[in-house]
Design a protein. Structure first.
Length: 254
């Protein structure tokens, strides 16, 4: 720990334990604290930040619950992991995203059904058309990371008996259905009652909601999927280029 420490704001609307949690989270995100690093004891943190033991414990427990810290009996508290991060704009399935990580999926439901009007409109299907509905729980290191709900037009004839703990995109490719591109939106939200229950939690949590419409090489809509990720364990990283400025510079070059 550096000699100079961030100060807590006592007249802030934000509780002291939450401020302390955010300080440690920022250190982890900035890699000032790395995986495996041991943090100071509760007594040391009390002296460093001038707070009560309860404040320290609440802050550390939040970080433990969110998977950033790990308490080892008789040893101390250690930095456990950083958020899982996905690079855009490569089109990948969850299995491909989680390659080289201890990731798995649990099928919640796989069935043919009549979709809600909003889903039918996204898939550009006529009224009464059925879809294959696949809902799965995503786990990393044995802990729930998010929920994926895919809707695929019935014309692609996916079997309800397929092993959907495997990559959905690979299953589609084996049937000759190759995905080419997708339109995707990302937004912050809060978990619904069902999402909270499926994630094994008792209170609603912040989520990262990803909605994707995937197209085949023939330009046909193959899948509409909604992914609800635990906001404290997952993030997207984008690299943006100002192409317009680049083209303008090229045109003005002698």
């Amino acid at each position: 720990m550096p000699e100079e420490h961030e100060k807590l704001t006592y007249d802030s609307f934000m509780p002291l334990y939450f401020q302390l949690k955010e300080i440690f989270l920022e250190k982890i995100e900035n890699q000032k604290l790395k995986d495996g690093d041991m943090i100071p004891s509760e007594n040391e943190l009390q002296k460093i930040y001038g707070v009560s033991r309860a404040t320290v414990r609440n802050a550390l427990q939040l970080l433990v619950n969110e998977g950033f810290l790990e308490k080892k009996k008789g040893k101390g508290t250690f930095v456990k992991r950083r958020k899982l991060e996905e690079q855009l704009p490569v089109l990948k399935s969850f299995t491909e995203e989680m390659m080289n990580r201890d990731a798995s999926k649990k099928v919640i439901r796989a069935t043919y059904t009549t979709p809600p009007p909003a889903i039918r409109a996204r898939l550009n299907l006529p009224q009464g058309e059925r879809v294959f509905s696949l809902k799965r729980l995503m786990l990393v290191d044995g802990k729930p990371l998010g929920i994926l709900h895919s809707y695929i037009p019935a014309k692609y004839k996916l079997s309800i008996d397929e092993d959907y703990t495997k990559s959905l995109y690979r299953i589609l490719e084996k049937k000759g259905i190759r995905l080419m591109e997708a339109e995707q939106t990302i937004e912050a939200s809060m978990s619904t009652r069902e999402e909270t229950r499926l994630m094994g939690l008792k209170v609603p949590f912040s989520t990262l909601v990803i909605k994707r419409l995937a197209y085949s090489v023939n330009g046909e809509i193959v899948e509409y999927v909604k992914g609800v990720y635990h906001g404290d364990r997952y993030r997207y990283n984008c690299k943006l280029t100002r192409y317009e400025q680049q083209r303008t510079s090229e045109k003005s070059a002698p």
